[in-house]
Design a protein around this ligand. Structure first.
Ligand code: ADP
Ligand code: MG
Length: 252
């Protein structure tokens, strides 16, 4: 469904964050990407999503080479993502955060929605219905009018995931969905991803929480220092001695 083939990334200043990395996200599966801090995981997601331009290598989406296309183009073809640090619009309400995610949402329409509610158009009504359905699924509808900045870490992650889902994506990339989330609430994110996966959404997940990786991922890639160390089923890669030493070597 989504592939990076022999990708290298050189940041300004010459730092080589990826050095010939390849991953493949199979349709309908949840694919994990793990590795120590600085390994290049977020960079690789940036390359897959189109936000980071690789110095070498290619990205294919549903078999088509998309390396030269940016994130908006890829989003229109079903690729959505969330970020390691939540990027909710803190001064908009929970509901408004989803409404601005619509592919053709325009500022003037948002303004008309905010300022002149009588002028709500059909597509806006449909978007509100869709947003309500998503927010109800993650128990955030009761907070629809709350400012997004007031949500807990876990609620912000769920809100970001719902915002990605407003685009009806076929593929969703989640960068550290458990980061900043109270451990007792990580299960809610796991459950929602599992349900979406059963509905046919393909996932790529960067994650440090190994219980979450074990619960969700069909296949796991291990990245270290910009290169692929190994790949396979979680239980197999996690017992790999090279993987253990890559993590230990990254300890301060
Ligand atoms: P990970 O997500 O695995 O922790 P990243 O992909 O965020 O790793 O970063 C990989 C390496 O690239 C790190 O050493 C990081 O400091 C560096 N890096 C990330 N983004 C940039 C950037 N925009 N400019 C320069 N260096 C960067
Ligand atoms: Mg990262």
């Amino acid at each position: 469904m989504l592939e990076a083939d022999d990708v290298s990334v050189v940041y300004e200043g010459g730092f080589r964050a990826l050095n010939g990395a390849s991953v493949r996200l199979a349709a309908g599966a949840v694919t994990g990407l793990i590795g120590p801090n600085g390994a290049g995981k977020s960079t690789l997601f940036g390359v897959l999503a189109g936000a980071v331009r690789p110095a070498a290598g290619d990205v294919r989406l549903a078999g088509q080479t998309v390396t030269r296309h940016g994130p908006a183009w890829r989003a229109r073809r079903g690729l959505a993502r969330t970020f390691q640090l939540s990027r909710e619009l803190s001064s908009l309400s929970v509901l408004e955060n989803l409404l601005v995610a619509r592919p053709h949402a325009r500022g003037e329409r948002l303004l008309s929605l905010l300022c002149a509610r009588r002028a709500v158009r059909d597509d806006e009504a449909a978007a509100i219905d869709k947003a309500r359905g998503l927010l109800q699924r993650v128990d955030l509808w009761r907070l629809a009018d709350a400012l997004a900045g007031t949500l807990s870490g876990g609620q912000k992650k769920l809100l970001e995931l719902c915002r990605a889902l407003m685009l009806d994506p076929r593929i969703v990339l989640l960068d550290e969905p458990s980061a900043g989330v109270n451990p007792t609430r990580i299960g809610e994110i796991v459950d929602f991803v599992q349900v979406l996966r059963q509905e046919g959404v393909t996932f790529g997940i960067v994650e440090h929480n190994m219980a979450m990786v074990r619960a969700l991922c069909d296949h796991v890639y291990v990245l270290a220092e910009g290169r692929l160390l190994t790949e396979g089923r979680f239980d197999d890669v996690i017992t790999n001695a090279d993987v253990a030493s890559a993590y230990l070597g990254a300890q301060p």
